[in-house]
Design a protein around this ligand. Structure first.
Ligand SMILES: Cc1cc2nc3c(=O)[nH]c(=O)nc-3n(C[C@H](O)[C@H](O)[C@H](O)COP(=O)(O)OP(=O)(O)OC[C@H]3O[C@@H](n4cnc5c(N)ncnc54)[C@H](O)[C@@H]3O)c2cc1C
Length: 459
């Protein structure tokens, strides 16, 4: 057994790492700069006690049974805490109407002439675009017309009208909108046999999707939502309890002052306001890499990206939501700045509230432009909430610094910082979404699990 490990960052990545490391190290300390652990997976309540989540909140299984048991309890235990969702239901709003069967914008809703022009361009694009910039990628993949009418308005909504869209990398396409619906359902199904069309077209029927799964012998992961009525915070609380029971020393409101190395090993971690350092045999780092570089006194490439602010309008209504099936919905229509909706009664069968969250991304100084009354009117106009319904409680949650506008310069500098750090010390694992290598919850956790096993070996 090793001696002492320090984990920096108390998001889900740091919590999971602390649990895994406690099986291999006698002493594990988790350092979190905020007042609570959980990172982006957190919930808040309105004045009536209804719970809502921040941006990300429907975790999915990783497919690694050791990890899934640790994160969600054993299969036998799971139904005690979770609504296990075997088919995540999502839909999208585009050109003023809903499509509850697909998350992808349907180009058939565009004006006929535009649609035919778009199809003609798309069918001729038969090469895989060799592009790391999202706009040129889409122009080469979807064609000029579909890029102009579908992708550009979505990019403006997510990254701001002021942003030079031509500077955005493929990292800007996190939410999957580089794939669209086009052509007749059977034609699209046939085209998807070719990888180049598979990458840009979505299935239009569930049967086609299932046939593909059978052919590939693939499955979709289970998704989880807590049944406790306290939102995704229940997951964080569950993990925090596990971490504490395992004997991890969790320290919130702590900031790293400096890191001391000897022979390429971080040996001491100094915390602001504390004289005596933490001894360290392994450092698991899930905070931004440039902070570790500064703490090590190493050169940092100046990297001041524009960070998007999220506004999440959490609404509690006096009438049932009109959509009784979708777990969450994308809003691709350009008439509103809302880009995503979460419908809690559909996520949690125990829920007795008519609650939803509407998310917007903006610049920090635009927060005041968005008001609850106009959001409610927009939602009524979209037909998600009853035109007669009234809001009985609400929270306007503002979360600054959610994610950077992914420009080429930002990714290059981030990469440089990551590699300087990686090549400077040998007993450090750089992980988590801030490392920039993974972003989605399951991908982040799988990568961290593999990195821990790779460096220290399986228990
Ligand atoms: C708006 C939005 C929507 C998202 N939607 C989805 C989605 O639908 N599906 C999905 O799979 N993923 C989604 N994600 C991504 C998901 O949130 C991440 O995969 C997940 O949060 C990664 O966990 P983490 O622990 O790496 O990072 P975080 O959750 O960011 O946690 C990092 C922790 O480190 C702490 N920290 C930072 N610096 C320091 C420091 N110097 N010292 C100590 N502690 C520090 C922070 O306070 C924080 O608690 C979304 C992200 C955002 C921003």
């Amino acid at each position: 057994m090793h001696d002492k490990a320090v984990v920096v960052g108390g998001g889900i990545c740091g919590l999971m790492a602390a649990l895994l490391l406690k099986r291999r190290f006698k002493q594990v300390t988790l350092i979190e700069q905020g007042s609570e652990v959980g990172g982006l997976f957190r919930s808040i309540q309105d004045e009536r006690g209804a719970s809502y989540d921040m941006g990300s909140h429907i975790p999915n299984a990783t497919g690694i049974s050791e990890l899934d048991d640790l994160l969600f309890g054993t299969e036998a235990e799971r139904s005690n805490y979770w609504n296990v969702i075997t088919k995540l239901k999502s839909g999208n709003y585009f050109q003023n109407s809903w499509d509850l069967s697909s998350p992808f914008a349907d180009s058939k809703k565009l004006d006929k002439e535009v649609y035919y022009q778009g199809c003609a361009e798309m069918i001729q694009s038969t090469d895989f675009p060799d592009e790391n910039l999202i706009v040129p990628y889409c122009r080469a993949s979807l064609g000029e017309t579909f890029t102009d009418h579908i992708v550009i308005p979505i990019l403006k909504k997510l990254y701001g009208r002021h942003t030079d869209l031509n500077s955005l990398t493929m990292g800007a396409g996190l939410f999957g909108f580089t794939r669209i619906l086009a052509f007749d359902a059977d034609v699209a199904n046939e085209l998807k046999n070719m990888p180049v069309f598979d990458a840009k077209l979505g299935y239009q029927t569930h049967e086609h999707f299932l046939a593909r799964q059978r052919r590939d012998a693939s499955t979709t992961p289970d998704y989880f939502y807590p049944t406790t009525n306290s939102g995704i915070q229940a997951w964080v609380d569950f993990l925090k309890t596990k971490v504490e029971l395992a004997g991890v020393d969790v320290r919130c409101n702590c900031k790293i002052r400096s890191l001391e190395t000897r022979a390429r090993q971080v040996e001491k971690v100094f915390i602001e306001g504390h004289d005596s350092p933490l001894e360290c045999d392994l450092l698991f780092w899930s905070a931004p890499p440039f902070i570790a570089l500064k703490a090590l006194g190493l050169p940092v490439v100046a990297n001041k990206p524009e960070l998007r602010t999220a506004i999440v309008f959490h609404l509690n209504l006096d009438k049932a939501l009109l959509d009784r099936q979708s777990h969450y919905l994308w809003v691709w229509d350009k008439s509103t700045d809302i880009f995503r909706l979460t419908l809690y009664p559909n996520l949690n069968p125990n829920s007795t509230t008519n609650t939803l969250s509407a998310e917007i991304l903006c610049k920090p100084d635009e927060v005041e432009n968005y008001r609850i009354d106009s959001i409610i009117e927009e939602l009524k106009g979209m037909g998600v909430i009853d035109i007669e319904s009234s809001c009985i409680a609400h929270v306007k949650q503002v979360i600054h610094n959610t994610f950077p506008v992914p420009t080429e310069a930002f990714e290059k500098n981030n990469d440089k910082n990551y590699h300087t750090l990686e090549s400077s010390v040998d007993n450090m694992i750089i992980s988590g979404r801030s490392g920039g290598k993974q972003w989605r919850q399951a991908d982040v956790l799988i990568a961290a699990y593999n990195e821990i096993n790779h460096l220290i070996g399986d228990v």
